[in-house]
Design a protein around this ligand. Structure first.
Ligand SMILES: [Zn+2]
Ligand SMILES: [Zn+2]
Length: 391
């Protein structure tokens, strides 16, 4: 057995006690320390406000920066914004961009396997926090598959000063602000420890809760799930089934009303040219995926159905499937045709866009009626299966 493998074997099942102490003390001080402080000293308005501002900044540093910009390259921006996101992300104390992105890219490419650092197949607790406090899960802290990021000036700087940036930005600056209004300890507890506990566990919930509870609208075979609930405290990262299916899309909450402030800010900044090259999955591809995912579940049901059920529904299901494939073909052809016309950049573009939206709506409505038929068929089949098992 080579040396590296031997160390890895020895480490399996052991714990990183420094990490355990840190990840225990932070929430204990954050929750109980702040609670005791409030009990004796009360609350002043500056403290919850500072907590929210720093929560927002460090949270966005992770979602907009570490995750969508650096790990997935879902959009581009200038180096000034990269530096800003690097500083804010460091304040979340979730490791350097290189290590975070290395783990995260492996999480996507090797999801649900032994190589996935926070694989849900090893349990909720492991995916949430266990993987951070256990030794031997990340091959001795090796950083892999992030060559493309190493040359960025913000990342080079962070590699040398990560911890200093995190401590100054996340603890010293709030404390200094606290001095101004006469409560440095209050500021440290609220904006430092309590804020960090929230940021940590919100991120951890994406790896645990979003691989456990929620809908699998886009890929039934992935453990990742869409949870609007988790999105509310992770700046839009809860739509995890969609994200695992289309990881390079700058949006996680793909519907316009889905709570995803990271998406709104990235899009908003693109109007003034600060962000650009936003990657986005085409609407018909998303619709196709959604329907194919349903069809997959329907055809899986036939595998365990009685001959009677197959006789009743299989033919109809195949016809619906063919119809939907034909519609997708027409839709994608239509998109190509319009893209070609729009690329000419004439004064008719506004009119063309209007027509394109109307055409899309038409296809969506037709596909939606197929989707409802498929769902109804699945419901009927489930009911009949249940009834025949009771007889
Ligand atoms: Zn995931
Ligand atoms: Zn991701």
């Amino acid at each position: 057995m080579n040396e590296e493998k031997r160390i890895e074997q020895d480490q399996k099942g052991t714990y990183n006690w420094n990490m355990i102490v840190a990840l225990t003390l932070i929430p204990v001080i954050g929750v109980f320390g702040t609670g005791i402080y409030v009990y004796y000293q009360g609350i002043v308005w500056q403290e919850p406000i500072m907590l929210f501002i720093l929560w927002f900044l460090s949270g966005m540093g992770i979602t907009m920066g570490y995750h969508r910009l650096f790990a997935h390259k879902a959009y581009k921006t200038n180096s000034f914004v990269e530096w800003g996101l690097m500083i804010f992300g460091s304040m979340a104390l979730e490791n350097t961009i290189l290590k975070w992105c290395s783990d995260h890219r492996i999480h996507h490419t090797k999801a649900e396997t032994k190589e996935d650092p926070y694989s849900i197949t090893e349990g909720f607790w492991h995916a949430h926090i266990g993987w951070i406090v256990k030794n031997g899960h990340d091959e001795n802290n090796r950083v892999r598959g992030v060559k493309d990021l190493r040359s960025k000036s913000a990342i080079k700087f962070q590699n040398k000063h990560y911890f200093t940036i995190g401590i100054i930005g996340g603890f010293i600056i709030p404390m200094a602000i606290g001095f101004i209004y006469g409560r440095p300890m209050g500021a440290l507890l609220w904006a430092g420890f309590l804020r960090l506990s929230i940021v940590h566990h919100a991120t951890f919930f994406i790896n645990s809760m979003c691989h456990y509870f929620g809908r699998q609208t886009y890929d039934i075979n992935s453990t990742a799930r869409d949870s609007w609930f988790v999105s509310w405290f992770t700046f839009g990262e809860g739509y995890h089934n969609y994200h695992h299916k289309f990881q390079w899309d700058y949006r996680n909450g793909v519907k316009w009303f889905a709570y995803d402030p990271s998406k709104w800010i990235i899009k908003g900044l693109s109007f003034v040219g600060i962000t650009y090259d936003l990657k986005q999955v085409k609407q018909h591809v998303i619709e196709q995926n959604k329907l194919n995912n349903l069809k997959f579940q329907l055809f899986e049901m036939f595998k365990t159905s009685s001959d009677k059920l197959k006789m009743m529904y299989q033919n109809k299901a195949e016809k619906l499937s063919e119809k939907s494939e034909h519609l997708f073909y027409l839709w994608s052809e239509m998109e190509l045709k319009y893209a070609e016309q729009l690329s000419k950049g004439t004064s008719k573009n506004k009119e063309l866009m209007k027509r394109l939206h109307a055409e899309r709506k038409k296809y969506k409505a037709q596909l939606n009626s197929i989707r409802i038929d498929v769902i109804n068929m699945m419901t009927l089949m489930k009911r009949q299966k249940r009834q025949s098992s009771l007889m």
